[in-house]
Design a protein around this ligand. Sequence first.
Ligand code: ADP
Ligand code: MG
Length: 269
Amino acid sequence: MSDLIRVHEPKIVAVANQKGGVGKTTTTINLAAALSELGWKILIIDLDPQGNASTGLGIDIEARENTTYELILDDAMLQDVILPTEFENISIVPSTVDLSSADIELIANEKRSFLLHDALRQPAMEQYAFDFVLIDCPPSLNLLTVNAMVAAHSVLVPLQTEFFALEGLSQLMLTIREVRQSANSKLRIEGVVLTMFDARNNLSQQVEADARENLGDIVFRTRIPRNVRVSEAPSYAMPVLEFDSQSKGALAYRELAKEFLMNNEMTKG
Ligand code: ADP
Ligand code: MG
C-alpha cells in the first residue's frame, strides 16, 4: 500500500445475535486474529457490558478507564478510548459493566440510535487506517445493538448449531429490516456462520441443512467446529489462533477470514 494520503474508511461489521453463548465474542476475537495475520488492521468495539472481548484479549480491568461507554455517551475522542492489544494489528475499545446502564440512558437521548455511528466517524478515524471494525454486540436486541446496526455496513450472525438455533433469527432479521427502514438503508447481512459444529452429531447436520435451506447463500460455507482449544483460549487472554495455532478452531477461523475477504473482494497488496 502506498503512503499517499488516502481516505481510509474501515468496513464496519456488527457481530450480532440476541442469544447469549452462541459464539459472538469468540467469532469477533478470532476473525479479528485471522484477518490480522493476513496483515489487515482491526479495531474491535466491545459493546457488551460483560466485557468478554476485552478480557479475552488481555485488557485488564484497571486499563479500562475509557471505554465504549465514554465513546457513546460522553462524546469521548477515539484517541482516548482506543487501546492497543498485545496482538499485532488488533486494537480495541474495551467495555466494563458500566455499559449496562447505557441502554436506559440512551432512551432519553435524541440521537439515541446514532451515537456509535457518529463516534466511529470522527475525523481521527482515518489516521488509524483500520481496515475493519468488528463490533461485539450484547446478547439482546436493545439500543446498544441498534447502535451497532446503525453504525455498521453489515451484520455477521453467529448461529450455534443446536436445537432451536433458528428460532430467534426471525426477530433478528426483523430488527435488521427496521434499522434499514429507519436509519441505515444500506445495512447488509454479511453472513450467518455456523458455530460449535459437531460433525458426528446428527443434530448439527440437521441444523446446518435447515439453515442452508431457509437462509440460502448468506450462510458461510465455513463451519466453526466445537473445539475445546477455542473455549480454553480466553482464559489465557489469547485468540485461539495464538493459543493453539494449528487447532481445528484456529484453522476454521482462518478459513472464515478467507471466505469473508473473498465475499468482500478484498485482497492485500
Ligand atoms: P457469545 O459472545 O455469543 O455470548 P461466546 O463467544 O462467549 O458467545 O461463546 C460462548 C461459550 O462457548 C464460551 O465459553 C466460548 O468459549 C465457547 N465457545 C465458543 N465457540 C466455541 C467453539 N467453536 N468450540 C468450543 N467452545 C466454544
Ligand atoms: Mg459475548
